[in-house]
Design a protein around this ligand. Sequence first.
Ligand SMILES: Cc1cc2nc3c(=O)[nH]c(=O)nc-3n(C[C@H](O)[C@H](O)[C@H](O)COP(=O)(O)O)c2cc1C
Length: 161
Amino acid sequence: MNMSSEGAARSYTTTIHYYDGSSREALVTDQETVFPRGELIVSQTDARGIITTCNDAFVLMSGYSKEELIGAPHSILRHPDMPAVAFADLWETVQAGKRWHGYVKNLRKDGGFYWVHAVVIPKIRDGVIIGHTSVRREPSREKIAEAAAAYAELRAKRGMD
Ligand SMILES: Cc1cc2nc3c(=O)[nH]c(=O)nc-3n(C[C@H](O)[C@H](O)[C@H](O)COP(=O)(O)O)c2cc1C
């Protein structure tokens, strides 16, 4: 991990590990983008979590262009502070045909972050999951603090997540 403290934002580069064993190097800063008041961040994915549509608020908050997002896996937003077990729970829940909700810290393209309260709903046709819809709204500061503490504890327990 390389720490630097140039300018206002503290930043470091780290390796983000994915469930499938792949990884990528990413810049992470302590710069928060606050949720746009009254907006919802919406996306749809195929059955594997590849983004098929997203709204303008998603583009704005993620820092990626729409072209970069469509066709990319949702894990493009994975923040290293998120414990893997949170996503294991998400996938287990939607694969059982149920809706999942939870607090997620997302990583922007520029290394900054934003917190969301996400609801993920599986789309089921004739008993088969054909995709998912996710709608995210602004979490309260209190819930963000609670989720951040819970995730830090989970990550400390699991070590590598
Ligand atoms: C509809 C939907 C929305 C998702 N939204 C996010 C998200 O906003 N941020 C995120 O990190 N992962 C999100 N995920 C979970 C990712 O697919 C992925 O599991 C996670 O980023 C961790 O990566 P990994 O499973 O490859 O380890 C979403 C999944 C689905 C199906």
